[in-house]
Design a binder for this molecule. Structure first.
Ligand SMILES: *Cc1c(COP(=O)(O)O)cnc(C)c1O
Length: 408
């Protein structure tokens, strides 16, 4: 299937690399392939572009360039933040995170427990919101770090990062936030909010997969996760991924200038999609509060239907969406995020996440709204009629529903 025909509603999973980003990267794959740490000019010249990219990423976060450590991904950034806090404060063996983090934090937390550390997973309420007082009460003298995401990738719920950072500061505990879902959607002020560390991943903001960064506030005690050369001022070993860093810099600039579009045009499209689905399809429930929420994300449960069946039908007509996070898709377990919100397994299994992007068009939303209601109706009919074997009757229906003219 040609990428041009794909009707893409899965921008929280990954995003298209912007053409401007590809163009900016190419010279560093073709001609300027020197090592930025080398002593000769062929290397120096490359180092200048890495410095520019660092300034651009810092500007996105209202941070200083020297506070940016480039990493290989959001996962590495999250793992590094927690690892660093524990390594820098060996007497402290307790970590606080939330029950709705990305698997990067959930599974690192489980690993730490196996290693003999103590980890508290702060619960959320039925709306997916966190009670800051619970976080405050969970902090102990031996807490090394609190790591709570800025915005949830499945529900889009935005957490009160400034308040959380203030609580941690008053208790003398490091605060890290996974802000991977935030850039371009909400404004990010690392310095203003007072976080100690913050993670980004470039492939969530129209740059390639495999590059990210960790903001580390100046004067923060830091221990590298990758121990090697003196790159990143000794904070991350490994020769810099120059083309990707350059691409990340350009994408960071673009994300900053996209904030208005995301909060007007994209938000209006998302709201229209949601209102129309509620109007056209019975028994649909939003998972998570309406606000505070990312402007691009809609997580809906279609009762009495399996999300996997909906996604298969959507895929037949070239529409990409997901059930929860890409990391949980494929496992039969209901999403840990929805489970933490007290949502039943049956309702969670019918949940589909639509995440719009800067390139989403009104025509694509109209196409989705045209395709979805009859699909849900059919699937519900099939599961009622065929009782035990709904999947068989489903697989007999190839998705020749209508031409994909609107999906441009
Ligand atoms: C995608 C994502 C990550 C992981 O980023 P990678 O670069 O894929 O490792 C971490 N946290 C959140 C909230 C994400 O959405």
């Amino acid at each position: 299937m040609s990428h041009r025909r794909v009707c893409y509603f899965d921008n929280n999973a990954t995003t298209r690399v912007a053409p401007e980003v590809v163009e900016a990267m190419l010279p560093f794959l073709r001609d300027q392939w020197g090592n930025p740490s080398s002593a000769y000019r062929f290397g120096h010249q490359v180092a200048k572009h890495v410095a520019t990219a660092r300034e651009r990423v810092a500007a996105l976060l209202h941070a200083e360039p020297r506070e940016i450590v480039f990493t290989s991904c959001g996962t590495e950034s999250n793992n590094t933040a927690i690892h660093s806090a524990l390594a820098a404060h060996p007497a402290k063996r307790h970590v606080i995170t939330s029950a709705v983090e990305h698997s990067a934090n959930m599974n690192y937390g489980k690993f730490l427990k196996e290693q003999g550390f103590q980890v508290t997973f702060i619960p959320v309420d039925a709306d997916g919101l966190i009670d800051i007082h619970r976080v405050e009460k969970a902090i102990r003298p031996d807490t090394a770090i609190v790591s709570i995401m800025w915005a949830n990738n499945e529900t889009g719920i935005i957490f009160p990062i400034e308040e959380l950072a203030a609580i941690c500061r008053s208790k003398g505990v490091l605060f890290h936030t996974d802000a991977v879902q935030a850039p371009g959607k909400i404004s990010l002020d690392a310095r203003g909010t007072g976080v100690d560390m913050l993670s980004l991943s470039a492939h969530k903001l129209n740059a390639p997969k495999g590059i990210g960064c960790l903001y580390v506030k100046k004067h923060t005690r830091f221990h590298p996760y990758l121990i090697g050369g003196h790159q990143e001022h000794g904070r991350r070993g490994g020769t810099e991924n120059v083309p990707y860093i350059v691409g990340f810099g350009v994408a960071a600039e673009m994300a900053l200038s996209r904030l208005h579009h995301e909060n007007t045009f994209v938000r209006a499209l998302r709201d229209r999609l949601e209102t129309q689905i509620f109007k056209l399809i019975p028994n649909v429930i939003r998972n998570g509060a309406k606000e505070p929420r990312l402007p691009n994300t809609s997580n809906l449960s279609f009762l009495m239907v399996e999300a996997e069946a909906i996604l298969t039908q959507l895929d037949h007509v070239g529409i990409c969406a997901s059930s929860g996070s890409a990391c949980t898709t494929g496992s039969l377990e209901p999403s840990h995020v929805l489970t933490a919100m007290g949502i039943s397994a049956a309702r969670a299994r019918g949940s589909v996440r639509f995440s719009l992007g800067a390139e989403t068009t009104a025509a694509e939303v109209a196409f989705l709204l045209e395709q979805l209601p009859p699909m849900i109706e059919k699937l519900r009919g099939a599961s009622v009629q065929s009782g035990t074997a709904p999947s068989k009757s489903r697989s007999k229906e190839p998705g020749r529903l209508s031409p994909r003219s609107a999906a441009a």
